[in-house]
Write a protein that binds this ligand. Structure first.
Ligand code: CO
Length: 201
């Protein structure tokens, strides 16, 4: 069996299990989706949004890119944000980074990674902004972990500053924005404790 045939076979088995556990599951989902959460995370294969949060299909709207960046001119991310907030009316936006992020690591190392280099300039901007704080951390691994956290906090700020979120808050739509980070080594999510809701600036 080819590598991709295996996926199709696993899919058939999964769909069968779902149908057996909850008859009508797919018919119901096919009618509409009403997820309460928008997840903005890293593309890293080790951080699958649904799986680590125990959410079923239909429960989380997902946008992932390298190093979980929210760039004000990124039409892709902005469209997801707009769709999630205005049409799906999600209640929570979770920006989730992870320790050991290869994108963050490459940005620190000023590694030559082709096209992704320009994308990772956004992480380097975060690094420059917090240069003093980072320089005070002697251990390189701890410094890298802190940059992973700072990057999430910065991207969360971008979400909050976006016109989509500002307008939602202006019209008193219930919407909270959260910054989380995931540990590859223990499978645990940590809330960075800076959630914001409903205050337009
Ligand atoms: Co990553």
């Amino acid at each position: 069996m080819s590598e991709t045939d295996r996926l199709l076979e696993q899919n058939r088995a999964w769909a069968e299990r779902k149908r057996a556990a909850e008859p009508g599951f797919f018919q119901k989902l096919a009618q509409q989706q009403s997820p309460k959460f928008l997840w903005i995370g890293c593309s890293d294969s080790r951080v699958p949004a649904n799986e680590i949060t125990g959410l079923a299909p239909g429960e989380v709207f997902v946008h992932r890119n390298v190093a979980n960046l929210v760039v004000h001119t990124d039409l892709n991310c902005l469209s997801v944000l707009h769709f999630a907030v205005e049409l799906l009316q999600v209640r929570h936006i979770i920006v989730c980074g992870h320790y050991g992020c290869a994108g963050v690591r490459a940005a620190i190392a000023r590694q030559k990674v082709g096209l992704a280099e320009s994308w990772l300039h956004h992480v380097q901007d975060v690094q420059s902004k917090y240069a003093a704080e980072l320089a005070a951390i002697a251990d390189p691994l701890r410094r890298e972990r802190r940059l992973c956290e700072l990057n999430v906090l910065e991207q969360m700020d971008h979400v909050c500053a976006s016109s989509v979120v500002q307008e939602a808050w202006t019209r008193h739509q219930p919407l909270s924005v959260h910054a989380w980070i995931y540990g590859l080594e223990d499978g645990l999510l940590r809330d960075l404790g800076v959630s914001r809701s409903g205050v337009a600036k």
